[in-house]
Ligand binder design. Sequence first.
Ligand code: SF4
Ligand code: SF4
Ligand code: FES
Length: 286
Amino acid sequence: MTTVPLGLPRRLVEFTLDGETVRAPEGATVLDACRAAGKDIPTLCEGDTLTPKNACRVCVVEVEGARTLAPACSRLAEPGMSVRTDSERARHSRKLVLELLASSVDMSTTPRVAGWIEEYGAEPGRFGEDAARVEEDPRVDNELYVRDYSKCILCYKCVDACGEQWQNTFAIAVAGRGFDARISTEHGAPLTESACVYCGNCIEVCPTGALSFKSEFDMRAAGTWDESAQTETTTVCAYCGVGCNVTLHVQDNEIVKVTSPHDNPVTHGNLCIKGRFGFTHVQNRD
Ligand code: SF4
Ligand code: SF4
Ligand code: FES
């Protein structure tokens, strides 16, 4: 059982959301209020364990009186504000963001994006066959995880998870500018020669599958990856006394990847190399 520590009670902020009066705890974002009201706002760079960088802009909403659209994931709810989540301007902007992203990178393994593309009538193909795309081969330079930057939307989540927000390893950062911007290790070194400690916390937050377990990458390549046939069992990592929660994803009686519950008050979805990748020892039968 996960125990959630109770903080001090927070004052409620009252504002208007799509014409309805709503209340949200002080410090809550517009996105928090939307979710509490059952509104489904698309998000990509937002993550429940990270402070967002407002990089993707797919969550924009219209705030009355504001010149520009606001990212719901980081705009705080303010008393008396009036927000429209479904205005023509907000929908048009989300559509354009989806078109620009899906026309430049491979979003085939991004959960829910196909549904959003349909919902917003986005046409990623409308820029024509000459539209610039990030085309590069997946980087397979170790046995634990694969980086496929042809699926990367430059959301910064992996950089933040590796750096100041969680791991403090700073093994990866954004290199290059404009269309040449890429997530990279220092001097583009292979992971094995970088500062990476293989915690996999970057994989945990990547929204597109650009970062994935080698096991998942291999199974997808072989056509055997089947999430509908997988079970998830949350247990306690036995490698040391910290007692991190690990969720084992099992397919055909094999552990195929390990995640960690984001609502755990100690780990917040983060693990070390042993919890994240030690599963290979469990099923090493040689
Ligand atoms: S595995 Fe950990 S240390 Fe390595 S790049 Fe990812 S977050 Fe950074
Ligand atoms: S690799 Fe994933 S988490 Fe990192 S910037 Fe690209 S899409 Fe975001
Ligand atoms: S999800 Fe809000 S800016 Fe990306």
